[in-house]
Design a protein around this ligand. Sequence first.
Ligand SMILES: Cc1cc2nc3c(=O)[nH]c(=O)nc-3n(C[C@H](O)[C@H](O)[C@H](O)COP(=O)(O)O)c2cc1C
Length: 402
Amino acid sequence: MVWHKSKRILLGVSGGIAAYKSPQLARRLIERGCEVRVAMTRAACEFITPLTMQAVSGHPVHLHFLDAEAESGMGHIELARWAEQVIVAPASADFLARLAHGRAGDLLAAVALATEAEVAVAPAMNRLMWEHAATRENLKTLAARGVRVIGPGAGDQACGETGPGRMSEPEEIAVEIAGDARPLLLDGVDTLITAGPTWEALDPVRGISNRSSGKMGFAMAQAALDFGARVTLVSGPVNLPAPRGARRVDVVSAHEMSEAVMARAPKSQLFIAVAAVADYRPVNVAANKIKKDGGRMRVELEKTPDILAQVAALKSPPFTVGFAAETENALANARKKCMEKGADVIAVNDVAGGAVFGAEENAVTLVYRKNGKTGEEALTKADKYLLAVRILERIAPLRAAS
Ligand SMILES: Cc1cc2nc3c(=O)[nH]c(=O)nc-3n(C[C@H](O)[C@H](O)[C@H](O)COP(=O)(O)O)c2cc1C
């Protein structure tokens, strides 16, 4: 399937409990190939933080007029021109009233008035607010002016009542705004992903490991599933639930991970090695807990299998992508790794200071190998899921063409 041109969507968030669903809506739109920018009202910021919306959208959030930083280099009129679609979700009763009456006292309402793009609203409020004659009148006015009203649904409300006024689910809104078809960039592609750290035992209770949380690998698995891939996730010891739909294989050591991968890699079409595999393991593993005697202890280490190189060296290897964490000379090392190991792409992240481990956000540079040379592209810092989507957007066409 051909990747469609992304639609530029301004997601407006106004003040209501349903704002907790707005980050999910941003994700559902991004999965469909949309570029999402976010504007929030002052009240919305009482319910969710701009930081969350910034992380999921990958861009600073627009909050106030005349605040150069918050307007993020794009003033409200430019934002209104930039948008190909405006969706306000949740739309509060007050926001609907402001829009119906042409009030432009806050940035979001001003953009909604100043845009030529279609404006859609997903109202969310207490059922009595929804049923109030004033709200009904405002909605009638808005609908007559071409504003698309999505939902609301009926059911249990946050205020403890039951009835109409519940914001439609993010998936339903995303379907309305960006269509049903997900861009299935990896439709049916057998994808093998490794994630997490490995644990190399010294004795029954101690071992050598690293600080990988598994979040980046699990985000890659989720994004690959969302793009239609059949995903097998080989995971070291982590504290994360497997994404629904992925086949999960739990392993502990680098050897176990190598075995699990090599048993599956020949049948895979795409291999993404995100796991932070230990490079060395103790030569001898004590059967019992090592006792404390003597001032010093010497541990002899031996190399573990290089899983990425093993897969790349297969007779007909899957398209192979490796993640590399570097603390110095990140790019030079990634270029070298890419050539030496025979990987098609290396995604390198600079982990100096350890800030990436366990964090929700990450940034990588993709180093490609093509015709004996390397090329590269830096992807800016974003929520790990969003970054995974961006990485797959680049990898999928390369794999298809390989
Ligand atoms: C806890 C709480 C929950 C609220 N939930 C809603 C809601 O679901 N829908 C709504 O229209 N207003 C709700 N309000 C009231 C709005 O936040 C208030 O009208 C606010 O001025 C809306 O501002 P905005 O439209 O600029 O975002 C709630 C207020 C509070 C304190």
